[in-house]
Design a binder for this molecule. Structure first.
Ligand code: HEM
Length: 488
């Protein structure tokens, strides 16, 4: 291999990278040390704000292959033909910790996929759990604050977590999953991924279907106990994924969907748009759609994984949202976060750029206009719409991709509707009853370990929630709390 010449950031060959220019061997540095200054100034700018949640993560590229055409349900281009392949970028993450936290926290795991489809990027920004703690976006900042470190001590604060949950019984289902034996995945390869939210498909006839994504790990599920997790290196899940891909042991997931018709949604006994609930598989069976295989690591973790910008609002024709009030909040949050964290032109970076043509009338902004994947962006000379040059090849809207109108099924009075009377307990109770006695024991002990640090009032309110889900659940936690007290 030929020797490479070291250069400045603008390509000028550098004669010496060890010694700054100084006044004699012992004197001060001079002002013509522009190369030293360039290094120091760039170093000062190496960080961008970390993600406010999901800061710690690892990414890889792969391929999604359709195993069953979804043409009957959606016009989404990448789901039309059996055998059709689409490039994907995936990022897995923990949620609450900062960039240098452990991969083995008891925490949900992010499961974010970017499909580079022929009709734009489609992002599935999900988690490894089918539900979430909340059913209204307005609560998200409060919830995350309660899970992050204490603002005074900068230490983890389990008492605050339970104080939040005691005040929000809607979290009980997800708390039960998080504290169960599935709460700490052994690796990113050994966990499932879910859209959790309900989204919509629409087909060429303009019919809408509600659906949820399930990505089932072909490696199977493997989890750790608290004790096992404490012995793991903090970067172990990242290492596991990178090394598996490097040695050709490519992780894969079987992609499935649950589908509900608009008619079924009208009469189903569970609100299909409530993120704290699953759709029981007995009512809405899983239908296989495709297979995801990750086979290429990133070349540059910062450029690709850190600057990756996933957004639930990155949708493609044939896939829309639903009235889920958590999802609605997320439609604003992510692109706002990207503009702050990465910049106005985040979507021009290689990892975020569409692989299909991008034509729009957005202009300029920091770092604008670099050609990406062989395409120049913002090149058309006309920068407004409508204009008189549509026949000259300038961008124009395509009515074919319009989403069919979404009906509002109930009253549409503007207001703040109280959802606290929805059932918070039955699915948590059903999950508890599905567990073996050993799993129930582990769940109750994991809860007691944190709950013992909370106030008496919080403990009592949590016990009332467990009781409403299943009396045996409350009894198990009460017993585990006793044990914690006697060991203290
Ligand atoms: C209203 C509720 C929510 C809000 C406001 C919210 C907000 C955010 C924000 C601001 C980020 C950082 C984005 C970035 O800087 O690139 C993020 C990351 C993320 N969120 Fe949420 N989030 C919410 C709920 C959820 C839910 C319910 C899920 C899963 C079902 C989820 C999954 C993720 C994932 C996977 C990431 C990391 C994406 C990546 O790898 O870059 N979030 N969220």
């Amino acid at each position: 291999m030929s020797r490479k010449t070291l250069t400045t950031a603008t390509g000028t060959p550098v004669p010496d990278d060890d010694n700054s220019i100084s006044v004699g061997p012992n004197g001060p540095l001079t002002f013509d040390n522009h190369y030293t200054f360039e290094k120091l100034a760039h170093f000062n700018r190496e960080r961008i704000p970390e993600r406010v949640v999901h800061a710690r993560g690892t990414g890889a590229y792969g391929t999604f292959t359709v195993t069953r055409s979804m043409e009957a349900y959606t016009i989404a281009d990448f789901l039309q033909n059996e055998g059709q392949e689409t490039e994907v970028f995936a990022r897995f993450s923990t949620v609450g910790g900062g960039q240098d936290s452990s991969d083995y926290a008891r925490d949900p795991r992010g499961f974010a996929l970017k499909f580079y489809t022929a009709e734009g990027n489609y992002d599935m920004v999900g988690n490894n759990t089918p539900v979430f703690f909340l059913r209204d976006a307005i609560k998200f900042p409060d919830f995350i604050h309660s899970q992050k470190k204490n603002p005074r001590t900068n230490l983890p604060d389990p008492a605050a977590m339970y104080e939040f949950w005691a005040n929000h019984p809607q979290s009980l289902h997800q708390v039960t999953i998080l504290m169960s034996d599935r709460g700490i995945p052994a690796s990113y390869r050994h966990m499932h991924g879910f859209s959790s939210h309900t989204f919509s498909f629409w087909n060429a006839k303009g019919e809408r279907f509600w659906f949820k994504w399930h990505f089932k790990s072909d490696q199977g599920i493997r989890c750790l106990t608290n004790e096992e997790a404490a012995r793991m290196p903090p970067f172990g899940a990242q290492q596991d994924l990178v090394e598996a891909i490097d040695r050709g042991d490519f992780p894969s997931w079987t992609a499935k969907v649950q589908i509900m018709t608009e008619e079924q949604a009208r009469s189903y006994h569970i609100n299909p748009f409530d993120l704290t609930k699953v759709w029981p598989h007995a009512d809405f069976p899983l239908m296989e759609v495709g297979r995801l295989v990750l086979h290429r690591n990133v070349e540059n973790h910062f450029a690709e994984t850190e600057q990756a910008a996933f957004a639930p609002s990155n949708l493609v024709p044939g896939i829309g949202v639903s009235p889920d009030r958590m999802l609605q909040g997320r439609l604003l949050a992510y692109q706002d976060a990207h503009r702050y964290r990465i910049g106005a032109n985040a979507n021009q970076l290689s990892v975020n750029a569409a692989r299909c043509p991008v034509h729009h009338y957005q202009r300029d902004g920091a770092m604008a206009g670099c050609p990406v994947h062989g395409q120049a962006i913002q090149t058309s000379e006309v920068n407004f719409y409508p204009n008189d040059r549509i026949n000259a090849g300038v961008p124009a809207p395509e009515p074919r991709v319009a989403e069919p109108p979404m009906p509002i099924e109930q009253e549409a009075w503007l207001g703040r509707f109280d959802t606290s009377d929805e059932d918070h307990y039955s699915q948590a109770g059903a999950l508890f009853r599905l567990m073996s006695p050993a799993q129930q024991g582990q769940l109750c002990n994991n809860i007691a370990e944190g709950l013992v640090k909370a106030t008496e009032s919080v403990r009592q309110r949590m016990l009332q929630q467990f009781e409403k889900a299943e009396p045996g659940y409350a009894a198990g936690v009460a017993e585990a709390l006793e044990k914690q007290h006697s060991e203290a």
